[in-house]
Design a protein around this ligand. Structure first.
Ligand SMILES: Cc1cc2nc3c(=O)[nH]c(=O)nc-3n(C[C@H](O)[C@H](O)[C@H](O)COP(=O)(O)OP(=O)(O)OC[C@H]3O[C@@H](n4cnc5c(N)ncnc54)[C@H](O)[C@@H]3O)c2cc1C
Length: 457
């Protein structure tokens, strides 16, 4: 009966103009791709799509992390923020479609990043309430922590007095009304240090504003060089995302979301992107793929000396042909799923996949020029319709800007602990590992402090 209804339904016209939704804090679109960063307590976890997955086993090995401590740290995070999502009709159909086209094995619900198809975790609870990195503050002793809101750090200050190398000493921050304040480490304590967690855009920017970065760039902006470090702001990567919208004759729920993993691509339903096309009054589902561990990398450069301003970031999406090849494979998987029996009740019978590709080529998802060949060549389609999945990382990478203990190379009492330290974005999605890393490094710092000689505070 359902298939009879489907055959009678006709698809909506394809030529309407759909304007992209305004995203907060859009970064300079150097690559022609809209982007966003969160400026709020809890960072990206406050506005992101909510997918929650751990890093794969190999990632932990390559990062030389202690497996036990990693496991403990994920569990510590998951007690507060991770949940199993409900499987609604659209999501079930995409899952079944992936299985039908051979993306196997089916792993069921899991937080793990594994080969095949799975239902991933979410930071939305069963009532639909978002939990964020800020929830982890529930673990904190309120007597021992002070959190300042609306406080933008402008600069880290260093002391060189009677020291072989600079030591981070204070931060200068601005309040909401523009007033400037200084917060300093306790002078008598050797344990005190500054931990920078401003994300892949904020941390390299702040290091540069504080005098750690490529000397010529700092000098161009009149910043005194504390330590010349050409690798700050380098190795910036983002996982390119491409998608197909699937106008549907029946409602597509915008439930909080499972994630389905293919060998090379993450395929999922994301309501953020769906809103582009649904703004048209059209009901549609969306299936996305992203390239994990892109080979293409870019750089971050200062535009001004004000930390409130976004720096310029270039990711060079698809510069490496390997990334483009993987995108084509991911899109081919999406096309197979769209054509699967499992998805048929969400398809208009008079709209073949070519119609969906043409539709997508007409959605202004970015600022890039569109080529006529984008409708017939998946390579061109990938390049022309690329979006971000907001998994940008790098800029203060381990082994380059920070050492294996996340200490900034060349100075004392300063660490960076956030997504800027990643060489590759971990897991199906990064936030679980960013939160895990906070706990992981925190415990390592406590262990280090215990090892300090008696009498040293
Ligand atoms: C729209 C969107 C959707 C996403 N979807 C998902 C998803 O579904 N699943 C997933 O795993 N990941 C997702 N991500 C990515 C994930 O949220 C990020 O990888 C993660 O939040 C990165 O954490 P971070 O701590 O490195 O940086 P951020 O989360 O960016 O945190 C940086 C923090 O530093 C603060 N800050 C920056 N500069 C300063 C300064 N000068 N002074 C004071 N504070 C400062 C910011 O206010 C912010 O609180 C998404 C991201 C976005 C933006």
């Amino acid at each position: 009966m359902a298939s009879v209804t489907q055959r009678k339904a006709t698809s909506p016209p394809l030529s309407q103009t759909i304007l992209p939704r305004h995203l907060p804090n859009s970064l300079s679109p150097e690559d022609g791709v809209f982007n966003a960063r969160a400026r709020v307590l809890g960072g990206g976890s406050v506005l992101n799509a909510g997918f929650y997955t751990r890093a794969g086993e190999n990632y932990t090995k390559e990062a030389c992390w202690s497996e036990d401590l990693v496991k403990h740290s994920y569990e510590w995070v998951e007690k507060k923020v991770a949940f199993e999502p409900p499987m609604l009709q659209w999501q079930s159909a995409v899952r079944d479609g992936l299985i039908e086209v051979g993306v196997l094995p089916y792993n069921g619900f899991t937080y793990d990043h594994i080969y095949g198809t799975k239902v991933g975790g979410t930071i939305f609870d069963s009532d639909g309430h978002r939990h964020t990195a800020a929830d982890l503050l529930e673990y904190a002793d309120p007597q021992k922590i002070t959190v300042y809101l609306h406080a933008t750090v402008q600069k880290i200050l260093f002391t060189t007095n009677e020291r072989p190398r600079p030591k981070a000493d204070c931060v200068i921050f601005e309040d909401a009304s523009g007033g400037t304040h200084r917060a300093c480490l306790i002078k008598s304590s050797v344990k005190s240090e500054i931990i920078l967690s401003a994300g892949a855009i904020g941390s390299p920017q702040l290091l540069m504003l504080s005098g750690i970065g490529p000397a010529n760039q700092l000098q161009t902006h009149g910043i005194d060089v504390v330590v010349e470090q050409p690798l700050v702001g380098q190795g910036m990567s983002d996982n390119p995302m491409n998608a197909l919208f699937i106008p549907s004759p029946q409602p597509v729920e915008s439930g909080r979301q499972p994630s389905m993993v293919t060998p090379e691509a993450m395929v999922s339903a994301l309501e953020t992107v769906q809103s582009y096309i649904n703004a048209n009054g059209t009901v549609s589902g969306v299936i996305l793929e992203k390239i994990m561990g892109p080979m293409s990398t870019g750089h971050l450069d200062l535009l001004t000396t004000n930390a409130n301003d976004n720096p310029s970031v270039t990711f060079n999406y698809f510069q490496d042909p390997q990334d483009l090849k993987r995108c084509v494979q991911g899109m081919q998987t999406i096309i197979d799923v769209v054509n699967s029996k499992a998805l048929s009740k969400f398809r208009y019978s008079d709209m073949p996949v070519q119609g969906l590709i043409n539709l997508m080529v007409n959605v202004p998802t970015n600022l890039k020029p569109r080529h006529v060949s984008a409708s017939i060549s998946l390579e061109q389609f990938c390049t022309d319709t690329v979006m971000t999945i907001w998994h940008y990382h790098g800029g203060c990478q381990v082994g380059r800007v920070v050492d294996n203990d996340y200490k900034v190379v060349g100075v004392d009492a300063l660490r960076v602990v956030d997504g800027s330290t990643f060489l590759n974005s971990p897991g199906t999605n990064p936030q679980a590992t960013v939160m895990m890393l906070g706990r992981y490094v925190g415990l390592r710092i406590l262990q280090e402090r215990k090892r300090l000689p008696a009498g040293k505070k």
